[in-house]
Ligand binder design. Structure first.
Ligand code: ADP
Length: 492
């Protein structure tokens, strides 16, 4: 084992809360570096400067950074600030044309950006150039999903000697389903040799697949829950890359995401009307009434079910819509906060506009309302078809809002099933079907109504669970140790 003092770790990513976030990846790239830094490691983060990020008050580095790209070199400004509440430096690479003038991270709504290979090659190569400019030699380059998956390939090829010769790479899969492909004639954008365009590399049915290349090249791989680490080795769960996951199976570990338990803490939450803890759920009842009032729901003591989600097939939003009338017939209320698929958005908005005082949908993204729903709801619905880790079921448990989830991926790792005797922290169901979902909701509602002592015991247990990052951060450090060891013995 490589002896380990403090490590130098460079995160290269396309999201990091609060600067840019589309999903759980953005939460992880904020929370994990903070937790690693608290353990004494030297962590830094590189991101693109999206148009939505203001550089006001940030330090601007004097020299422009040159990034080899396509047939030449792109030059960009580098801005620096700290991750809020930490001393972790965050660097932003500014390129007006590729990132600055756009108001989206990956793709404009309903369309595909045609130059995403260029944009994220720039980010990947730019992160490497930045390390050189700063004189920062990382032990570990930690990259995330397809947008920075080219980094491990550069480390094994164009950067194999020199500044990064001892740097090991870790590629974390936040969602294997997203792996865009690009026409082979765009290989020049990456400046990588054609020898990397092969079936056990970047090539995927004649096209360039950056994630696939990264999966073959990274020193170690991880994903965000132990169960998902198993599922992606199977045909059903592998999103067309299961053969790669099986090939690299020995180098793949599942480490559960933690949650930011300063932000998501009902005792200190600044977004909710009354703070509360497991010893006194009176405050939760106040939050529920306030939420009902805010959303125009009847102020009744019926179970209130919450959903906070990207509206998508993955999240099973269509199942919720199809099941909605049967669920409402159980004499419950339902509130949905989400954005995503325009058809699902339109349907939800129309149904919400009926003025039914049992149902409300809020279309959009609202951190504050998400907190108020977690605090005010009794139950939380998450019928995902697949779920690499999922965060909301953990937030829910912290707020005593029992999750009803499909038994898949990280949901299976984080929700303890009700055992009929008051044990467990939530309700699980197997089939991704409307019937199975309705049955699970009926079951949870029955426990809420007829066995309030069981429900209460589950709430207390759920609220007392430890979902903090400190446990997971320690596992990442262990993983970095393995990566360094492999690198030292020249295996990757
Ligand atoms: P995914 O990354 O697949 O979207 P996760 O459960 O891992 O799902 O993370 C989703 C994150 O985004 C959570 O922090 C969740 O609270 C948040 N989120 C999703 N949709 C909304 C929304 N409409 N408003 C506020 N927060 C949202």
């Amino acid at each position: 084992m490589v002896t380990q003092g403090p490590l130098k770790i460079l995160f290269a990513a396309s999201e990091c809360a609060p600067f840019a976030k589309a999903g759980g990846l953005g939460d992880v790239v904020a929370s994990l570096p903070a937790a690693l830094s608290a353990l004494g490691h030297d962590v830094r983060i590189v991101l693109p400067r999206y148009g939505t990020i203001s550089t006001e008050g940030m330090k601007r580095h004097m020299a422009p950074l040159g990034v080899p790209l396509g047939l030449g070199e792109a030059f960009c400004a580098v801005y620096e600030t700290n991750l809020p509440g930490t001393s972790v430096p965050v660097y932003f690479l500014e390129h007006e044309q590729l990132f600055g003038v756009r108001n989206y991270l990956y793709d404009p709504p309903g369309r595909h950006a045609v130059d995403n290979l260029t944009r994220f090659t720039f980010l990947s190569r730019g992160a490497l150039q930045l390390g050189k400019m700063l004189g920062f030699v990382p032990d570990i380059l930690h990259v995330h999903d397809w947008p920075t998956a080219l980094v491990p390939i550069y480390l094994n090829t164009l950067e194999a000697t020199g500044h990064y010769r001892r740097t090991a790479s870790v590629l974390t899969i936040h969602n294997l389903a997203y792996h865009p492909k690009f026409p082979a004639d765009q290989m020049y954008v990456t400046q990588l040799g054609w020898d990397t365009f092969r079936p056990d590399g970047l090539e995927d049915h004649g096209e360039i697949n950056p994630l696939k290349g990264g999966l073959y090249h990274a020193t170690m791989l991880s994903t965000v829950s132990p169960n998902y680490a198993q599922e992606i080795r199977t045909r059903e769960g592998g999103a067309g890359l299961d053969h790669v996951m099986r090939f690299r199976g020995a180098d793949l570990v599942g480490i559960l995401n933690g949650i930011d338990d300063r932000t998501w803490n009902p005792r200190t939450d600044v977004h909710i009307p009354v703070q509360f803890g497991p010893e006194d759920l009176g405050g939760k009842a106040v939050c529920k009434r306030a939420l009902q009032r805010e959303l125009g729901l009847a102020e009744r003591r019926v179970p209130l079910l919450g959903v906070i989600s990207r509206l998508s097939y993955q999240k099973g939003t269509d199942l919720v819509l199809e099941a909605l009338e049967r669920i409402l017939a159980l004499d419950v209320q339902v509130v949905i906060l989400g954005s995503g698929d325009p058809k699902l958005e339109a349907w939800l908005k129309a149904r919400s506009d009926w003025g039914d005082d049992r149902f409300r949908a809020v279309i959009g993204y609202s951190e504050a309302l998400a907190h108020r729903i977690e605090a005010g709801a009794d139950l939380f619905l998450m019928p995902s078809r697949f779920e690499p880790c999922g965060l909301n079921q953990m937030y829910s448990q912290r707020y005593g809002t029992l999750p009803i989830v499909r038994a898949t991926g990280g949901l299976l790792d984080t929700v303890e099933p009700y055992d009929g005797m008051g044990g467990g922290t939530g309700f699980l169901f197997g089939e991704p079907s409307v019937d199975a979902l309705v049955d699970a909701v009926r079951w949870a509602v029955e426990v809420h109504r007829e066995r309030p002592e069981h429900f209460r015991a589950m709430q207390v247990r759920a609220m007392q669970r430890d979902f903090s990052w400190s446990k997971s951060a320690a596992r990442y450090v262990e993983l970095y140790g393995w990566a360094l060891e492999r690198k030292r013995y020249g295996e990757h």
